[in-house]
Design a protein around this ligand. Structure first.
Ligand SMILES: [Ca+2]
Ligand SMILES: [Ca+2]
Ligand SMILES: [Ca+2]
Length: 620
């Protein structure tokens, strides 16, 4: 016998001694996902994923006739158990049990059938009528010091203590501003551990929420599940919908799956995402290149999940439906959606619509390219034969261009040159147009930023097509460069803050001007259907001015922007013969600006645009 043979024999003998010790242990249950479900749900049977120990050869039995078990599957190591639960139509709300047994013993999997939330006050989908406001829960308001574990407001990458109770206390402020929906960055439970490394961004924490360790858990720093529901119900009572941020593409590295995945193919083969995103759009990309972006991990610390494994896809689709049913949210923002297979996006969207036919989801496709983002919006099949069914995507191209235009880096006509691609989108009015977000520098910290520029940028975002999305604090001119500087605490939300910018007395004159301006343009949009869902017609554009019409069913609104410090007087043809009616000036009103600055004669419009402002004229 050679050396290898002897080692093999010793190992085999050792295994024979150790194996019976393990096999003698009774089964144990550590985690049950989902912990509950609903009778008469479109997902029936529901697929269970149970993490435990000593589950090899386990039998699973339902102890109640209303719930039936089938398709039991146990992974190779005997620490994960999958099975279907078929729920009878008349299954009663309450607690249930499944018995898991091996020849070494038995244990119980707890389960529950829940009562559905009231559909009249919950699941109110986001529409073109909404204005969204993005909040980072850790950075907005601290309503409960008892959950501030290891909070350190001096460290921009530490937890700061913001929470659900804090947001609840600021609902009156949000209502005063006029927004109708809040999007919160993820509230999935993330690790409380501090990450250390030799990079400049360490030590860091998961205050941002993008590395889930429990897809069915709420972040303890933000509060309890009951406090989340209280926040959502308070928002709903004020006419404010809530959007949940979900991250199906990847998990945090402290998630139990990272060390011990339920199946061998739970993660795609480890390879760092190349972020060569154009291969996700191009029909000509080589499969190898596409796989590097689609199947590579988002980051070493954020393992991607393999949605091509049906158990992963099933788990994630159920998880989304569970959160909607449990919380009553009106929309979902799906993170880094382009790094998941388009077939999965389609199946995910389709399953949501089956249960909530009018639901709304927006996908983050962070690209400066209209054709690329449009490819991911649902409503039309792509070259791959897939219609993602996804209602909305963010318009990063128009956002960036607006920032560049209103900080003087590009001519005004650049806005029109982005909008000319609107036809690429299957549903342009359902595109989400961000004014800014938590991954980008705040407007007031951009080179060339001025108060007037910020005002024009905000007004443009709120008057053009799409669903506008604002970022917390821009309405009070908060500054901040690269992440995490752009995620500073909202002044006044935290104990010991010198001023409270959510009250008029806490704001400077400029901050108050910006607040009232934002408020006014939100109201203008809310009051006029043509701005929310009308058609855009370009009327005039040059280096410093852009004039366009938003035409709805009941009114037409002409919007004119002049970014220069001189009056711009321009005469242009009307888009059609309606100018004849207007020339009588009967039904013309000014929404913003002086009525005397607009003249109509001989089927022509003469507009005097005052410097550094935006005007709006309405024709009924
Ligand atoms: Ca707190
Ligand atoms: Ca946590
Ligand atoms: Ca992926």
């Amino acid at each position: 016998m050679n050396k290898t043979g002897r080692i093999f024999l010793i190992l085999a003998a050792a295994w024979l001694i150790v194996l019976p010790v393990f096999a003698q242990q009774p089964p144990q249950i550590l985690k049950v996902e989902p912990p509950n479900w609903w009778a008469n749900h479109t997902i029936n049977p529901v697929r269970m994923l149970v993490r435990g120990e000593n589950l090899t050869n386990a039998q699973v039995v339902s102890k109640n006739v209303s719930l039936k078990i089938s398709n039991v599957k146990i992974n190779r190591l005997g620490d994960y158990l999958f099975f279907d639960v078929t729920i009878a139509k008349n299954a009663k709300v309450g607690k249930y049990e499944f018995e898991v047994s091996t020849d070494k013993g038995k244990t119980i999997v707890p389960f529950e059938i829940s009562a559905p939330l009231d559909a009249k006050t919950n699941f109110q989908s986001i529409t073109n009528d909404d204005v969204i406001y993005l909040i980072m829960p850790d950075r907005f308001a601290d309503g409960d010091a008892s959950n501030n574990k290891d909070a350190d407001r001096q460290n921009p990458r530490a937890w700061h203590g913001g929470d659900f109770k804090g947001i609840t206390s600021k609902i009156p402020y949000l209502k005063e501003l006029g927004i109708t929906a809040i999007w919160l960055t993820p509230w999935h439970d993330n690790t409380d551990d501090v990450t250390t490394c030799d990079k400049p961004w360490c030590p860091m924490t998961s205050y941002h929420g993008y590395g889930a360790i429990d897809y069915y858990g709420v972040e303890n720093h933000f509060g309890t599940f009951a406090e989340l529901r209280e926040m959502i119900e308070t928002a709903h009572r004020s006419g404010i919908k809530v959007i949940q941020d979900q991250v199906a593409n990847h998990i945090g590295f402290k998630h139990p799956w990272a060390k011990n995945p339920p199946l061998e193919n739970w993660f795609p083969p480890f390879k760092q995402n190349t972020f060569n995103n154009s291969v996700l759009l191009s029909p000509n990309a080589s499969p190898a290149e596409r796989n590097n972006s689609l199947k590579g991990w988002f980051d070493f610390s954020l393992p991607d999940l393999n949605q091509e494994e049906p158990e992963v896809a099933r788990y994630e689709i159920q998880n989304t439906l569970w959160w909607i049913a449990m919380t009553g949210v009106g929309g979902i923002r799906q993170d880094t959606i382009q790094y998941m297979p388009r077939k999965f996006i389609r199946d995910w969207s389709t399953a949501i619509f089956k249960q909530y036919p009018k639901f709304w989801m927006v996908g983050e496709v962070f690209e400066d390219d209209s054709a690329h983002t449009a490819f991911f919006q649902g409503g039309k099949k792509g070259w791959d034969g897939i219609d993602t069914n996804l209602p909305s995507v963010f318009d990063f191209k128009l956002w960036r261009t607006s920032q560049e235009v209103f900080t003087g880096k590009k001519p005004m006509r650049a806005l029109r040159d982005v909008l000319k691609y609107d036809g690429f989108y299957p549903n342009i009015n359902n595109v989400t147009l961000l004014a800014n977000n938590h991954d980008t520098d705040r407007f007031m910290s951009l080179t060339g930023a001025t108060l007037e520029g910020a005002m024009l940028h905000t007004a443009f975002i709120l008057s053009t097509r799409g669903i506008p999305q604002l970022y917390y604090g821009e309405e009070i001119l908060m500054t901040g460069g690269h992440d995490p500087d752009n995620r500073k605490d909202f002044p006044g939300g935290f104990a010991g803050d010198k001023t409270d910018k959510s009250t008029k007395s806490g704001r400077t004159a400029d901050e108050q001007k910006m607040f009232e301006w934002t408020q006014m343009w939100i109201k203008l949009r809310r009051d006029n259907q043509s701005i929310r869902t009308g058609r855009t017609t370009d009327l005039f554009y040059n280096n410093d001015a852009y004039i366009f019409e938003r035409r709805g069913l009941f009114e037409r609104i002409i919007i004119g922007i002049n970014r220069s410090d001189k009056i711009i007087e321009t005469t242009f043809e009307s888009p059609d013969s309606y100018i004849k009616e207007v020339s009588e000036k009967t039904n013309l009103t000014s929404l913003v600006g002086n009525i005397e600055d607009a003249e109509f004669e001989n089927e022509k419009i003469i507009l005097k645009l005052p410097p550094k402002t935006i005007v709006a004229y309405k024709l009924r």
